[in-house]
Design a protein around this ligand. Structure first.
Ligand SMILES: [Fe+2]
Length: 203
């Protein structure tokens, strides 16, 4: 599983992994199942050229990596098939105070790079399809909503179930993309992970 930085990761630790390994993709767990992709990288996945840009457009330590952003902005239109980001395109939704959500810089990147598909996260709800020229853009829901939040008086996900719309399937032959909304998703739940046991039972 490849992933980009969101806005709450330990960015210094992730960057140290990349420096030690001197690669754009590094495993972050003992089994090598989860691999972080450095911002601004282009990686081939299932025959698709996939560009990755994590973080969000916000002043401070969560802000988009300027070098990575510039690198992708300098690429030719159509140079990648898919763009994966954490932040979403500007205007995709409004927050609880009515403020417009999304990143103007990401919208400019989508319109410059013109991938066939753009995928994002961050805003916790599914959103799309949206068209930006030749690009179709989708935002995914939060994979597992927290048990409680500071805004909701009642527990919102006490069983820690996977959220509908948090996973999508892309058919790389037809370019069809669909959100997984199936009820079986709700059967995948739980917050107990015994990593030592997992390691001892995995060859
Ligand atoms: Fe986020």
């Amino acid at each position: 599983m490849l992933f980009v930085s969101g806005n709450h990761e330990d960015h210094e630790w992730l960057s140290s992994l990349h420096q030690e390994a001197a690669t754009e993709v590094v495993p972050v767990d003992p089994l090598g199942a989860y691999r972080h992709v450095a911002c601004g990288s282009v990686v081939e996945v299932a025959g698709q050229r996939v560009a990755f840009l994590g973080m969000i457009e916000a002043p401070g330590k969560m802000d988009l990596d300027e070098n990575a952003y510039s690198r992708l902005m300098a690429m030719e239109p159509g140079a990648v098939d898919i763009l994966v980001t954490h932040d979403g395109p500007y205007g995709m939704s409004r927050d609880r105070h009515g403020n417009t959500q999304g990143s103007r810089k990401l919208t400019r990147l989508i319109e410059s790079l013109q991938p066939r598909l753009h995928l994002s996260g961050h805003y916790h709800h599914p959103n799309g399809p949206r068209s930006h020229g030749p690009t179709t853009s989708y935002a995914l829901a939060q994979l597992v909503q927290p048990k409680i939040t500071r805004w909701d008086p009642d527990p919102i996900n006490p069983a820690q179930q996977v959220a509908p719309g948090s996973i999508g399937l892309l058919d790389t032959e037809t370019d069809d993309f669909e959100y997984i909304q199936d009820t079986w998703l709700a059967d995948i739940k739980g917050d107990h992970l015994d990593l030592a046991d997992l390691l001892s039972t995995t060859t």
